[in-house]
Design a protein around this ligand. Structure first.
Ligand code: GLC
Ligand code: CA
Length: 535
């Protein structure tokens, strides 16, 4: 009998290579650095790693501006280093996911350089979205880049090219068969080198519609797409329903083709997870239909407040929607694009939520540093490198705070990350967050994650559906207690700032924080904490 597919309820650890561990003292993390720390990763109890891009890149957008998708950027090492990393991970029983970036290339990619030199309407330009200016010289349409400013940049001969992100990231034209062929080549290249699957960047963006039409409210749309802009949810949803460049039907044809390619690797069980910000939420399930991809990120928890009713709603909805296509959900509290969860919702809250989420059905994604309870770095504007900071003229602070290197050991910066100057400054206060310090503290977030993940694989993987406990479903209305049962485990989370007495019997396996007391047959669950009980 075939064993259960490895990715179904995997815990995947996301590594941002530049910030993980520096092996050669240049202040930037690299592939040999990751290899050197794989035992640490394995000991966390995760099943796989996902590596953010390490390909040849001018690094205008943290490597998501790829100049050669089939080679390693010298700052990270070389292809031999990649092979060594993959085989060491496999020896340790860790799968490896690479990050594939199909929406755009870097302007330094040879295709774009060729396109710039080629004539308008030439095959070289047709790999991207080049169009003539409007008669008044303005861009072909009024779309706004996700990083701010116009989504079009003019070339010397007057044509414009489309870039949903930075001007150094020209969007690819997926109607070109050359683009399709080249990506299949890239997928095979990394699979043949040994990777086990892919995280697909901007998976919802590849196909554009109505490219020569103005959007009725480009600024509104641009705000609606930004997570840091508050907006009435109905207004936002109405705007999001009008995006002409995301979540078009055509993207699914691409993933159907990719799925055949993945399946041709047979019992390697290649998997792919889509980064797809789509609206309404039900649309996400289309990416995980049986003949498409295996997982789609659920970003609800990246932005969710620490509020019981809200969390109940989004968690329950995600499980239900995925079930309609026979898929399991994914959960992520942090990634390289959003504020770290400990900073966003608070220290105790982030511990409680992580423990709660690790017990849910589906896959959990952990962003490196999250297991240390790391907050966002404190940066000055002149430290910032995110293109969104520059394109918005400082209005968008950008994502650098979540990308500050990891603290490993010692009392002062760079905390064992490097023997050189770290590429982003590390705060003095981070000495409490080092791996070394947390190793020796039984109450640390690191030890909480290790315990929880070990118990998860013992008791919670392949234990089927979740049953919300009656009290929680009702309780969700006043938002203070969420509780569910899976298999022989009962999970409860106290979202209030007071101790709550709950009816829970059995053996306490793990708690996110504080001391559990049992009095008069009632369990006293500390404020802002979660618990797993076995019965
Ligand atoms: C994705 C990546 C982000 C990048 C963007 C453009 O959202 O996660 O870091 O800037 O795509 O590639
Ligand atoms: Ca380095």
């Amino acid at each position: 009998m075939k064993s259960r597919l490895w990715w179904k309820e995997a815990v995947v650890y996301q590594i941002y290579p530049r910030s993980f561990y520096d092996s050669n003292s240049d202040g930037e993390g690299d592939l040999p650095g990751i290899t050197a720390k794989l035992e640490y990763v394995k000991a966390l109890g995760v099943d796989a790693i996902w590596l953010s891009p390490f390909y040849t890149s001018p690094n205008k957008d943290g490597g998501y501006d790829v100049a050669n998708p089939r080679d390693v950027d010298p700052r990270f090492g070389n292809l031999t280093d990649a092979k060594i990393l993959i085989s060491r991970a496999h020896e340790l029983g860790l799968r490896v996911l690479a990050d594939i970036v199909p929406n755009h290339f870097s302007d330094q990619h040879v295709w774009f350089q060729e396109a710039l030199k080629a004539e308008p309407n030439s095959p070289a330009r047709n790999r991207f979205h080049f169009y003539d200016a409007r008669p008044d010289g303005t861009p072909p349409n009024n779309w706004i880049s996700l990083f701010g400013g116009p989504a079009w940049t003019q070339t010397l001969d007057g044509q414009y090219y489309l870039h949903l992100f930075d001007s150094s990231q020209p969007d690819l034209n997926w109607e070109s068969s050359e683009v399709n062929d080249d990506f299949e080549k890239t997928l095979r290249f990394w699979l043949d080198l040994g990777v086990d699957g892919f995280r697909i960047d901007v998976a919802h963006g590849l196909v554009k519609e109505n490219i020569l039409e103005n959007h009725p409210d480009p600024q509104g749309l641009s705000n609606a797409l930004r997570l840091d802009v508050d907006m009435d949810s109905e207004v936002r949803n109405n705007l999001l329903a009008t995006v002409p460049f995301f979540d078009r039907q055509g993207v699914h044809e691409i993933y159907r083709r990719w799925r055949k390619l993945f399946d041709s690797y047979g019992d390697r069980d290649v998997m792919a997870v889509a980064e797809a910000w789509v609206h309404p939420p039900v649309n996400a399930t289309r990416y995980v239909r049986a003949d498409e991809l295996h997982q789609v990120f659920n970003f609800d928890l990246l932005t969710a407040p620490f509020d019981g009713a809200f969390l109940f709603e989004v968690i329950d909805r995600s499980i239900e929607l995925n079930a309609t296509v026979g898929a399991l959900p994914t959960w992520a509290l942090s990634n390289h694009d959003s504020p770290r969860v400990a900073s966003r919702i608070g220290e105790l809250e982030s511990r409680a939520l992580a423990l709660f989420v690790f017990a849910l059905p589906g896959s959990a994604y952990v962003y490196a540093g999250q297991e240390l309870g790391l907050p966002d770095g404190e940066l000055h504007d002149n430290d910032r490198q995110d293109p969104s900071f520059f394109r918005s003229k400082g209005e968008i602070k950008g994502r650098d705070g979540a990308r500050v290197p990891l603290p490993w050991t010692g009392e002062s910066s760079p905390f064992g990350f490097s023997a050189g100057d770290p590429w982003l400054p590390m705060s003095k206060s981070w000495k409490v967050f080092t791996v070394e310090n947390e190793n020796s503290d039984p109450e640390s977030v690191l030890n909480l994650y290790r315990n929880a993940l070990a118990l998860r694989s013992q008791h919670l993987v392949n234990t089927g559906d979740l049953i919300w406990l009656e009290s929680a479903v009702h309780g969700a209305k006043n938002a203070n207690l969420l509780s569910f049962r899976r298999g022989s485990i009962t999970v409860a989370m106290n979202l209030s700032s007071q101790v709550q007495e709950i009816d829970l019997s059995g053996k306490v396996l793990v708690q996110s924080y504080g001391k559990i007391e049992i009095a008069n047959g009632k369990l006293h669950l500390p404020a802002l904490s979660s618990i797993w009980c076995l019965s």
